[in-house]
Design a protein around this ligand. Structure first.
Ligand SMILES: C[S@@+](CC[C@H](N)C(=O)[O-])C[C@H]1O[C@@H](n2cnc3c(N)ncnc32)[C@H](O)[C@@H]1O
Length: 406
């Protein structure tokens, strides 16, 4: 498609998506990963969905080097593009892998759902499940009221005994996602990142099984209806999925380590971590405990982490790392391919001066590399995204940049 036509389309989009799109019954629509896992600073799915529709064709390769829980990945797959995603945070990558596996049309979803939904029936409140936990999982007890924790412990023990790998993966996703809401620390991810446990008088009884059943059934209902739509809008979905599933597509490491061929990618869509704003890894502290994994090895590779904000070289090392990733993105893009970057748009005041400078250095770097900017747009970040990320992340605006490799 000619750039003029692309620009016309890009300009006709309401990028605030502050209206409800009238997707009729049976119509393909964006898949909202964050409905199943609350993760900081995720894309609203409409952004990658729209960019993919306008900037690529069926069968094109679409990559997100900072893919989080897979928002770009799931839109690309749904739109019949060939997706790859990278994120050093294993918790986020696992969410993406499980959602991806659930879109396999050949699996018996009903069987897995029934197995998972039946688990609470075998809970016995007089049994002390918490005492059966490893020391790593027992660490979690400080975040929950006692009975609440015993019910969770029952689900952890059930998880260990599950033999069907996909059922285990789904239970992992659901359990991991409800840990934050069931914990008595209800002030947001930053308190969890900072290991600020609730005080004893803040401990609240929560209904574990109600939350668990709601999350599990809504996940399966939505997956089933998305799958039905995929199968009805393209006849060969089953073959396409089978073909894509033969290659690893979700990576819990850096794209810098990947062996993607140069000039093989049609479209890169990504939102890199913003400077000194979020602790993606530490915010998943509860899930790492459940996984029985130490998060320190992941933290070391995390770009822009908030906990390093007071280091003198924090911004310098941030821009250096993001530039290295942009080098890689340019390398893997085909000539004529597009790079879409969603970047923070800080207020023009003295407090944000340095972060503004870091972001403009990154944009200028794209020009230095010879990338051709075809589109730029500022958008307001809806408040629900900000309230989930609480007081440290007060960002109100972001900018979408689209570059083309010449
Ligand atoms: C703004 S979030 C992206 C969220 C994603 N767009 C989504 O919808 O889920 C940035 C992501 O970059 C990841 N990240 C941080 N450092 C990284 C690195 N060195 N390599 C790959 N990913 C990294 C974080 O874990 C986080 O998930």
């Amino acid at each position: 498609m000619e750039n003029n036509e692309i620009l016309k389309k890009l300009n006709s989009v309401n990028w605030n998506f502050d209206f409800s799109i009238p997707y009729g019954a049976g119509m393909l629509r964006p898949f909202n990963c964050r409905k199943y896992y609350s993760y900081p600073a995720t894309f609203i799915p409409e952004i990658p969905y729209t960019l993919i529709e306008i900037l690529s064709q069926k069968g094109d390769v679409v990559v997100d080097p900072f893919g989080g829980i897979g928002t770009t990945f799931m839109q690309a797959l749904s739109l019949e593009r060939i997706p790859f995603t990278f994120d050093i945070n294993v918790v986020a990558s696992n969410v993406c892998t499980t959602l991806y596996r659930l879109l396999d049309p050949t699996i018996d979803h009903e069987n897995i759902r029934d197995l998972l939904v039946s688990l609470p029936e075998r809970y016995n409140s007089v049994v002390d499940y918490a005492c059966q936990l490893s020391s790593c999982r027992a660490e979690l007890s400080g975040w929950f009221e006692q009975e609440t924790f015993n019910e969770l412990a029952y689900l952890f023990v059930s998880y260990d005994h599950l033999e069907i790998t996909l059922a285990k993966a789904v239970l992992e996703l659901v359990l991991s996602s409800i840990l934050t809401t069931l914990s008595s620390q209800n002030k947001g991810w930053a308190y969890i990142a900072d290991n600020v446990k609730p005080k004893p008088d803040e401990l609240r009884r929560k209904d574990v099984f109600k939350q668990y059943l709601m999350s599990t059934t809504s996940l399966f209902n939505d997956i089933n209806s998305h799958l039905n739509i995929l199968e009805s809008v393209w006849e060969d979905y089953i073959d396409f999925y089978d073909e894509t599933a033969r290659t690893q597509r979700v990576f819990d490491n850096s794209i810098l380590m990947a062996t993607i061929n140069n000039c093989s990618v049609d479209l890169v869509i990504t939102s890199p971590p913003y400077p000194k704003m979020i602790d993606y890894v530490k915010s998943q502290r509860l899930s790492f405990c459940f996984y029985e994994r130490d998060f320190h090895e992941y933290v070391q590779n995390e770009i822009g982490a908030r906990y390093r904000r007071t280091r003198k070289d924090a911004l310098e090392s941030y821009t250096k790392s993001v530039k290295q990733h942009i080098d890689k993105m340019k390398l893997i893009l085909k000539t004529g391919g597009y790079l879409c970057l969603v970047l923070p748009d800080y207020d023009d005041n003295a407090k944000e001066k340095n972060r503004r400078k870091a972001i403009s250095e990154i944009v200028n770097y794209c020009f230095e590399l010879g990338l051709n900017k075809i589109f730029e747009l500022g958008r307001y970040i809806p408040s629900h995204k900000r309230t989930l990320s609480i007081q440290w992340a007060t960002l109100v605006n972001e900018r979408i940049f689209i570059f083309q490799k010449r």
